[in-house]
Every structure is written in structure tokens, then in C-alpha cells.
Write a protein that binds this ligand. Sequence first.
Ligand code: CC7
Ligand code: ZN
Ligand code: ZN
Length: 237
Amino acid sequence: MLGTGNAFAKLYFNTNALIYTEQHTILLDCGNTALLSMHKLGKSVNDIDAVLISHIHADHIGGLEELAFQMKFIYKRKPLLFIPETLVIPLWESSLKGGLLQDEGASLDEYFEVRPIVPGISNELLPGFTVEPIQTDHIPNKISYSFFINGTFFYSADLKFNPELLHALVERGCQTIFHDCQLRPPGIVHTTLDELSSLPEHIQERVWLMHYEDIKPNYEDKAGIMRFVEQHVRYTL
Ligand SMILES: Nc1ccn([C@@H]2O[C@@H]3COP(=O)(O)O[C@H]3[C@H]2O)c(=O)n1
Ligand SMILES: [Zn+2]
Ligand SMILES: [Zn+2]
């Protein structure tokens, strides 16, 4: 985990992750702090084969401009960009174009091998890396996707509490749920610890909390059987 904090976290960085398959390294969201976090871990931007994006907020995409420029001008290659197809145009037009546009008509393709992915179905993106993007509610008029990975691991984007979804995922074989969690209510655009605490035990035992505020130390004994995802820890799934 490159970070486990929320958008405003100063202690834990933005919730972004590196996923290692046998052959590839995939950056799951590239927020403001992603590249600084990689630097602190002694990792290079050049280690990244692919990027997967959940939604357009700076704690999830704010590091993409630097990543794109480093790849183009330092490493001289285009990483894969896996992105739900509905976000391709908004990512360029509403965010990256401001910094990355140089040549008339240029777009994301100038910097990335863009691979739009289809929500609602399982997409085999790389060997051993299958992703089902699931559109989840976050903020009105903002399309946001959580990811069901390899049929066993759910990684939430920012999402409003959706117990029906969690029940359905567990029924489908989900073993591990990394879930965004706002510790201090009200959640409004996120899921709160109180809401997650209302889940039945057989779901809570699969839940790991991330995207939390800097006040996390005050809550370490308040999560019951749910666990906290920790920054700069590597998890084997
Ligand atoms: N309607 C909104 C929009 C944004 N926000 C806050 O801004 C953050 C942006 O990143 P996030 O991780 O989605 O969390 C959002 C809220 O804290 C919010 O609380 N309400
Ligand atoms: Zn966020
Ligand atoms: Zn968000």
C-alpha cells in the first residue's frame, strides 16, 4: 500500500496501491502522493507497467501528470492505462489536458497505451490480473468504480455504504474486502466505520479499512474484528 489515508491525509498519504502479479506491477490509482510514496520506498516510476484508475479525484489521479511526463521524457515509454471506458474522455478533458496538452489534437494516447475497460464484466487485463469494475455511488454526477479483482478481492473506490453489494460479493466468493472508511461520521460521500460495524460478522471478518483520516490512532480499538490496512505494508492475497 503506497498510502492508506483519505484525500486530506498528512500522515498516511492517499489510498493508492501497487499490485504485483507474477510478471507485472500495476499502480491502482495515482493520487497526489503516489510518486512521493514510491520514492520513499526506493521505487522508481519506471517500475510501473500499468495504471488502473477508479475515479477522477486528485487523491486518485493527482499524480498522473507527473507520471505521464516522467514516462515520456525520462523513460521514453508509454505505460498501459486501464480505465473504465466512461472515464477516458473526462480524465483528459476535465483533468489532464490542462497540463499535458502540447501538440494540437493530442490526447491520452500521447502518453499512455490506453486500454478502456468495460464496467460490469470481468476483464482479463494481464496474466493473473482479472478486473471487474463495479460502478459504485460516491458523489452525484461523478462516475466512480470499485474493483472486484480475480474473483476474490474487492477494492473499493470511494463509495457510499452499500451492504447489498458486499453481501453479493461474498456470495460470489469474495474473501478480502479493502474498504474505504471514514472514521468520524457523517460519511455523506464515503462509508463510515459505524456503517461497516453494522455488517454481519461473516462479512466484517473479511473487511480491511483504508482511506481513513489522520485521527486513525484514536480508532484502533474501535474497529472490532475489522482490520486496518497499513501504509507501506505488502499484503499477499
Ligand atoms: N460533495 C463533496 C465533494 C468532496 N468532498 C470531500 O472532498 C474529498 C475529495 O476526495 P474524496 O476522497 O472523494 O473525499 C472527498 C470529501 O472528503 C465532500 O465531502 N463532499
Ligand atoms: Zn478518495
Ligand atoms: Zn473520491
